[in-house]
Ligand binder design. Structure first.
Ligand SMILES: [Zn+2]
Length: 198
């Protein structure tokens, strides 16, 4: 039986037995928090459990590496929607140790793409069209730096409101231990002290 068939079979029982009832909530995050984190399988249950989060508590955005690769891409749009439409008041970027994006090189992905039947010509067409594949497919060297970059990018976005705090954290995918890399409350404080009193 295929994975999807198994999932659909399981789902029938889940719904018929009203197992969804314990997950009932709304689209608005109870903790008024939006989290951007990595798609790593180890974090699927560990991250919410390690943070004491239940269904309905936060908006969770995931991608490879918790990276924002474009200021007008879907990740940044999701953060803005969470704030303006879904009442989130804080943002937390959470990278993790042992991330697959650390040291990832575009050449490795392109080589595997070719092995999977993508011909060189198609890659050339993309490159000639101005798509910088090597930049787009390259990971990062240091997770703390990458988290700090994402935090900076969010805070400096022209549509991002100044009163929203943005934190940066790194989680251990084995123990769930969180380290605060950037304390958004301190940033807000130091910003407000810079405002001259009238
Ligand atoms: Zn990762």
């Amino acid at each position: 039986m295929s994975t999807i068939s198994k999932i659909l079979d399981y789902n029938k029982d889940f719904v018929n037995q009203n197992q969804y009832e314990e997950f009932k909530t709304t689209k608005f995050p109870d903790k008024k928090l939006v989290i951007l984190t990595c798609m790593d399988t180890r974090l699927l249950e560990l991250l919410p459990k390690a943070m004491g989060l239940g269904n309905g508590d936060v908006k969770m955005i995931k991608n490879a590496g918790a990276v924002i690769s474009h200021p007008f891409g879907s990740i940044m749009r999701s953060i803005l929607v969470a704030i303006y439409e879904l009442k989130a008041e804080e943002v937390c970027v959470i990278g993790h140790h042992g991330c697959g994006m650390v040291g990832l090189e575009a050449s490795s992905i392109l080589k595997k793409a070719k092995q999977n039947g993508i011909d060189e010509e198609r890659i050339d067409i993309l490159t000639n069209a101005g798509i910088d594949l090597s930049k787009w497919l390259t990971g990062f060297q240091c997770v703390e730096e990458s988290v700090a970059n994402s935090v900076r990018l969010i805070k400096s976005h022209p549509l991002f409101p100044k009163n929203i705090t943005v934190h940066g954290m790194v989680i251990d995918p084995e123990t769930g231990k969180l380290d605060l890399v950037i304390d958004g409350y301190k940033d807000i404080k130091s910003n407000s002290t810079n405002i001259p009193s009238l």
